[in-house]
Design a protein around this ligand. Sequence first.
Ligand code: NZQ
Ligand code: ZN
Length: 385
Amino acid sequence: MNRFIQYNPVKWIFGKGSIGRLQAEMSRFGKNILLVYGGGSIKRNGLYDEVIESLQAIHTNVYELSGVEPNPRLDTVHKGVEICKKENIDFILAVGGGSVIDSAKAIAAGAKYEGNVWEVISRGKVIKEALPLGTILTLAATGSEMNAGLVITNLATSQKIDWHSQYVFPQFSICDPSYSVTVPPEQTVLGIIDIMCHILENYFHNGEHTELQDSFSEITLKTLIETAPRLLAEPDNYDDRAKVMYAGTIALNGTLQSGYRGDWTAHIIEHALSGLYDIPHAGGLAILFPVWMKHAIDSHPARFAQLAVRVFGVDGTGKTEKEVGYEGIEALRNFWMTLGAPARLADYGIDSSRLEEIAEHSMMRGEFGRFYRMDRERILAILRD
Ligand code: NZQ
Ligand code: ZN
């Protein structure tokens, strides 16, 4: 296990009725609030009214930024920054999924930055301050509620870029699984795939003596595999929604990432892909991750065999590690396909005309892949497969 520092100051407020904590949490901050939300799901399920009622009870001035898009846009972030600067916003409250939370983080950084916040995100600039923000999570997927990352799309350049800063950690995140019962089946599946990929990105590392983290990752994957089909049959099952929401947060809040550095190739290529084609993040991952695994298996077949046996119950008797690993990869892809996930770029109508561009955008920060090194040729090989 390698040396590490883990820092996570987010107050994680989990469970049914957690919104009851909102007033107490907000009372620590100023009165001018920017409420950020998406295309209307929170109005349809009643959460918006609950939030407004709570905020009015503590006499806050609420300004609103609605219409945050999936694959959230820079233009919308700019609108939020403008409101913050004009209205002297003290605190940003994000109510929604990863796109809403990521936008709120970008707005928080932009509100304290003199220039265009895209400079910060695209150049990976280090900032010294941001407005404080809090979140109410409605969709289990990205882990953004308890991490310091964001991903924003600039339509003008077709780039989708991630950026991290400890100043955009939420002050608190209210995670009530009941708010996720209205997430439609397709989005529920995408959320589960994203969570599984966050675990898998970290699972493929070159660290040693990580048996404890391995087991935690494996049991979390198995729990998601057991839960997903049940949840599709019974979308309002609170206990299953709770398991998925809990898994989503721990998958990317540092817990399953300490003691080693994961690979993250599929995510890097996927961000380039959805920047150019505006496809759902986890849809891209469902296509790319199994292909990446097939390309990476030779670099460390034992790791793939371990996943296959422990998570997918593959019988390894009389087979090589690579054969066992391959069966695991097939099991993973088949599992996602049975949930209705895409398996090929063509499923999104993507042909081979812009593969070079996807590779170029992926390489924006140079070569990557800590477990299996990526360069331009290897990216293209994955995209063509
Ligand atoms: O916009 P509304 O109307 O709220 O509808 C949303 C949206 O259409 C809907 N939804 C959310 N909660 C709902 C609901 N519908 C009904 N009931 C509810 N309770 O779901 C749709 C998708 O929402 P979105 O926020 O886009 O999904 P997700 O949470 O998967 O976020 C995806 C974004 O996060 C980025 C992705 O790249 C993508 O841009 N990521 C962020 C990460 C991070 N910050 O750490 C890491 C991830 O790897 C990922 O890259
Ligand atoms: Zn992801």
